[in-house]
Design a protein around this ligand. Structure first.
Ligand code: ADP
Length: 319
C-alpha cells in the first residue's frame, strides 16, 4: 500500500493494483431451482496500465465476474478490491467506469444531449472532449434510437469517459457488431488506452484479444484456466486436431497408445483426437487402423479451450 496523490483530490491510501479479485464465488439457481456455481473460486489481479482481455465461451462466467468487479452483484464468497477500495467506492469516485452491453440510454435524446446531460452529473467532466475521444463527433445530432448498435456502444464509451476513469471495464462491448464497426470501436478505445488507462474487456472473439490486449485471461466454467501474454497463450493454443471415421474400439486402442493423445471426442460421427504429436497419431491411424476420411485441421478456439483445460464438454461423448 502506498500514499499517493490522485487526480481525484485528497491523499489516500491506495493499492498498486487496479483490481484484485480473490477467490470469488457466485452461485445461482436454475429454472428447476437447482443451485449451480457460475463463478468458482476465481482469482485475478489487474495491474495499473494493463490492457486485459477476459476471454471465454458463452456461459463461462465473464459477465457475472464483471458485475461483481463493479459492485453490481455481491459475491457469495471472496472479495473484490479496486484501487484498494470496495468496488462501490471506486465507481462512485469515478475511478472505474464501465461500458456494458445494454441499458443506460434514452432513445429520444440526441447523442450530444445524452453526453451533456450525463456530463452535468460529473463535476469536471468535459462532454465535448468525451465526444471527440469516443469518435462520435459526426453523430452528435443523431437520435439515440437512430444509432446503430456500434454507434450506441461508442456513445456508452463517451459516457464512461465523463468521469476521467483510471480503469475502464467493458463487457463484450462489440457483441453483435460487424467487423467494420468492431474495428472502429476498438480504434477509439485503443487511442485512449495508449494514454495509460487500465482496461479490462470481456470477449469471446479471439482476434479482439489478439489485436488489442497485452494479457489474456481465459475463463471456463467460472475459473481462470490460462493467463499470460497474447503470445504465450497463442503458443499454448497452437497445434492441430486430427479427426477420422473410425470404430469406437479402434479409437480407444489408439488413445491408449503412448503417443500423447490427451482426449478423444465424438461429434457428428467423427472422432476428434487432441494430441501432442499429430504426426505420430497420423502414422498410427494410417498404418494400424481401418480409419477413413482422416483430416488434420488447425485448432479452433473451442478446441484450444479443451486442450488447455482438458475439460470435457457435456455435449460431447468422451472415451
Ligand atoms: P458469460 O458472460 O461468460 O457468457 P455469464 O456470467 O453471463 O457468462 O453466465 C454464467 C452462468 O451463469 C451461465 O450459465 C448463466 O446462464 C448463469 N447466470 C448468469 N446470471 C444469472 C442469473 N441472474 N440467474 C441465474 N443464472 C444466471
Amino acid at each position: 500500500m502506498n500514499q499517493t496523490q490522485t487526480s481525484h483530490g485528497a491523499r489516500e491510501v491506495t493499492s498498486p493494483d487496479a483490481a484484485v479479485l480473490s477467490r470469488l464465488v457466485k452461485r445461482f439457481r436454475n429454472a428447476k431451482g437447482e443451485e449451480f456455481t457460475a463463478v468458482s473460486g476465481l482469482d485475478l489481479r489487474v495491474r495499473r496500465g494493463e490492457v486485459v482481455a477476459f476471454l471465454g465461451p458463452n456461459g463461462a462466467g465473464k459477465s457475472t465476474t464483471i458485475d461483481m468487479l463493479l459492485g453490481l452483484t455481491q459475491p457469495d464468497e471472496g472479495s473484490v478490491r479496486l484501487f484498494g477500495q470496495a468496488p462501490q467506492g471506486a465507481v462512485r469516485a469515478g475511478r472505474v467506469a464501465a461500458v456494458l452491453q445494454s441499458g443506460g440510454l434514452l432513445p429520444d435524446l440526441t447523442v450530444e444531449a445524452t453526453v451533456k446531460m450525463l456530463g452535468s452529473l460529473h463535476s469536471g467532466g468535459d462532454p465535448e472532449l468525451c465526444i471527440r475521444r469516443a469518435g462520435i463527433t459526426e453523430l452528435r445530432h443523431r437520435k439515440v434510437s437512430e444509432c446503430s448498435g456500434g454507434e450506441q456502444q461508442r456513445l456508452r464509451f463517451a459516457l464512461a469517459l465523463l468521469s476521467s476513469p483510471e480503469f475502464l471495464v467493458l463487457d463484450e462491448p462489440t457483441a453483435g457488431m460487424d467487423v467494420a464497426a468492431r474495428r472502429e470501436f476498438w480504434a477509439a478505445v485503443r487511442e485512449d488506452a495508449e494514454q495509460g488507462m487500465t482496461v479490462m474487456f470481456a470477449t469471446h472473439y479471439m482476434e479482439e484479444a489478439d489485436q488489442f490486449a497485452d494479457r489474456v485471461v481465459m475463463v471456463d466454467q467460472g475459473t481462470v484456466v490460462a493467463d499470460g501474454s497474447v503470445s504465450s497463450i497463442r503458443a499454448a493454443m497452437s497445434g492441430r486436431t486430427v479427426s477420422a471415421l473410425i470404430s469406437p474400439q479402434e479409437a480407444q486402442a489408439v488413445a491408449s497408445l503412448p503417443i500423447g493423445v490427451r482426449s478423444c471426442t465424438v461429434r457428428g460421427g467423427r472422432h476428434f483426437f487432441d494430441c501432442t504429436d499429430s504426426d505420430a497419431l497420423l502414422r498410427v491411424l494410417i498404418d494400424q487402423t481401418s480409419a477413413s476420411e482422416i483430416e488434420v485441421a488447425p485448432r479452433s478456439l473451442e478446441e484450444a479451450f479443451m486442450a488447455i483445460t482438458h475439460r470435457r464438454r457435456a455435449d460431447q461423448e468422451v472415451l
